[in-house]
Design a protein around this ligand. Sequence first.
Ligand code: HEM
Length: 429
Amino acid sequence: MEGQRALTRGPDAARRPRTGLTRRRLLLGGGAAGVAGAGAAAAALTGGDDASPVALPPLSAGEPRQHAWDATLRRDAHDNVLAPRFHRLLLCDLVADPTPARARAAEAGLRRLERALPRSAAGVLVVVGWGPAWFRRIGVASPVPRARALSPTEAPAIDDPVAIVHLAADDEARLDRVERALLHGGTLRGARGSVSLTDLLRVRARRTGFVGAGLPRARQRDVVGLPGDRAIDRDAPLYMGFQSGLRRNQATEDDVTIAEGPWRGGTTMHVSTIELTLDTWYHGVDQAGRVRRMFAADATPQDLERRPDGIANPVRDLRDVARRRGVVGHAESMASVRRDDRPIILRRDFDSRDGDAAQVHFVALQRSIEDFERTRRAMNAARAIDASAGVGAQVNNGINEWLNVTARGNYLVPPRARRTCPGLPGWSA
Ligand code: HEM
């Protein structure tokens, strides 16, 4: 099996023993359990306490899209958007039958949160997404498919929670307070009334992380999957040492907004967990080799210095690249999947040390899950494999050699006004 090849060949050869499904994966748990009651699509939607409906504060003015964060975020000197530094992904099950009363109480909580804290990294950014399990539960056809494996070398757990809550902020302590108040029974100082969602949702799995200059280095100690004898670069925003999401190579929020149909103004979200094993990234390859693998076979560290907003990624015949160079780049492998000369997914990934293991929680937004799947399949660079003796499914194939996808899930992200219990019969905010 390709993933167990111990030795690599060709230029920039790196050595990495692969173990397939690892002990770490077992420790971390994929969160793949089925959703309780998922088969009960016709369950009593009218249950719950509708006797004393909660007063619903008006939706605050401003951006109607949950996923539109960029206008509130800081930018670097090259106009690249700087992601919020701390993140939580909370995969949730239903606590009880979803009723209009429970939806209303949850929506009231989210509105009170927005009144207490600005919708920005200086306050808190919130996205609530809904998976196929939600739509099954309410008996409505799901606008997003169940996730599936997207490369021949992966065997991810398929996440199928009812909902996912993505929280992000620059202040980790504030993020903790918000998470506690929303989903763990706490209260939020400064909020007028409860912001709790716990009459509706319960956290099944919690994923945490960070992205931003200096954070990987500050948090690399005792993390399995990182070299113990080498400090990550002082300014690196991610474990692998490069900045992702450079302006010229990201989709915009408008690009990924659903343009028509019932979910107009929303988007779709794919969330994967990727285990990293970076010993040979740092010890088997030098900086020039890392740039070739991350960007393109002919890219150099000097190119990155010249274009800190993202280097050009012309569409190349990957067979030809593999034959001539013995390696293909990660970004280069997806250059053919573009619209208006930009990728079709908006990457909001961040690093994690959940379970003391080096991971990436990869959050991608796009108009349709098909856009994600096309892009991710392109990353397999199937045409390049075996075009040259040195290029395999993982070896000398972008950064695939250091990545192992352990979980995938798909979600609909409705517009802000419809973010709670979308499509629930009898309920509109
Ligand atoms: C998990 C570790 C990953 C890291 C550290 C990483 C990092 C990077 C970096 C540094 C770039 C080039 C910077 C830029 O031009 O924006 C890039 C580009 C890109 N990455 Fe990743 N990436 C990872 C995984 C993924 C995955 C799983 C996908 C899913 C398909 C993906 C999709 C893309 C796309 C679409 C581009 C832009 C390609 C283009 O220019 O057309 N990346 N990534």
